[in-house]
Ligand binder design. Structure first.
Ligand SMILES: O=C(O)CCC(=O)C(=O)O
Ligand SMILES: [Fe+2]
Length: 314
């Protein structure tokens, strides 16, 4: 299953940054972010604005959710793939996930939580909402840095306004063997930016441009930031969106969460004209993310080496 790699993702420290104050430190971190995203499409982020007790509460809420009876979990039905409850898939029997749309908005989280706990579960809702809201700041810092680096600061408001947040919480059962088993099939994310957090059970692997798999070993304080295909397309290929998968071994369950910034339905993703010239011809036709997802989940989309290129590559 690919060669053992000693490569490591770059680690970038966001702890002392403030979006409102432009400092030399900001510029330094911005350079690190751009380099990491061009080369790996991914990095490990230290971000102190999500305190340890909140991270613990989030993992606790995740466990509590997956401990519910299957019939209860199945109540979260969504028209969009991977936004509702997913489990019992023969291809990935260890994997289970629950999507929480608009997880940074209290009323939305409460109404979903009421489906599972009709008597209410404020500690669950608060942990999910508060974690998402605080972590969304990291999503916005990263996007600001990308746009600044491309001299496209003027697009920032529209860029951030064109997306919603989905928090997906995930559980991977331990396969109860020392053999390595597939937890989640290799894929690229289809959204804008993904920020992952996990318990101490490792398993995430990210592929480099040369085809080596990096075992991601985040410290308990860090998040993994990753670029999705929609941002790759918007930047006209300036950033990389990495292939990644989850491989599991041993007895312990892995709990992870992903905060996904996702383009709103109807918003057309199109590289700004400033990023298109003779040296950088337009790579992708303008597209709607929801329609692209529709293609991705067809048989052809699932078989494609790059669903994005097949769908709208020029
Ligand atoms: O569980 C993880 O760390 C990765 C999950 C993932 O890649 C995804 O949900 O797209
Ligand atoms: Fe992913």
């Amino acid at each position: 299953m690919g060669s053992e790699s000693t490569l490591k993702l770059p680690v970038i420290d966001f702890s002392n940054l403030d979006q409102k104050v432009h400092t030399p430190e900001w510029d330094l971190v911005r350079t690190q972010v751009l380099e990491a995203l061009q080369e790996y499409g991914c990095f490990e982020a230290l971000f102190s604005k999500v305190p340890l007790d909140l991270r613990k509460a989030l993992l606790g809420a995740t466990e509590e959710l997956f401990d519910l009876p299957l019939q209860t979990k199945l109540r979260n039905i969504s028209k969009k793939p991977y936004h509702g409850y997913v489990g019992q898939y023969p291809m990935v029997p260890l994997y289970e996930s629950m999507g929480i749309d608009d997880s940074n908005i209290s009323e939305k989280v409460e109404s979903l939580s009421n489906i599972f706990w009709p008597e209410g579960n404020p500690s669950f809702s608060n942990s999910i909402q508060s974690f998402s809201e605080r972590l969304s700041e990291l999503d916005q810092i990263v996007r600001r840095m990308i746009l600044e680096s491309l001299d496209l600061e003027k697009c920032l408001e529209e860029h951030v306004g064109s997306t919603n947040y989905l928090l997906r919480v995930m559980k991977y059962k331990g396969p109860q063997t020392s053999e390595t088993k597939l937890g989640l099939t290799a894929h690229t994310d289809k959204n804008i930016v993904t920020i992952l957090y996990q318990n101490r059970v490792e398993g995430l692997e990210v592929e480099t441009k040369d085809g080596e798999w990096i075992n991601v070993k985040p410290s308990p304080d860090s998040f993994t930031v990753m670029i999705g295909d929609s941002l790759l397309a918007w930047t006209n290929g300036r950033l990389h969106s990495p292939n990644h998968r989850v491989m599991m071994t041993g007895d312990e369950a892995r709990y992870s969460t992903g905060l996904f910034s996702i383009p709103k339905a109807g918003y057309i993703i199109e590289a700004p004209k400033e990023l298109v010239d003779e040296e950088h011809p337009l790579l992708f036709k303008p597209f709607d993310h929801v329609q692209f997802l529709g293609y991705y989940y067809t048989e052809a989309g699932q078989k494609a080496k790059s669903a994005l290129r097949n769908y709208c590559g020029i």
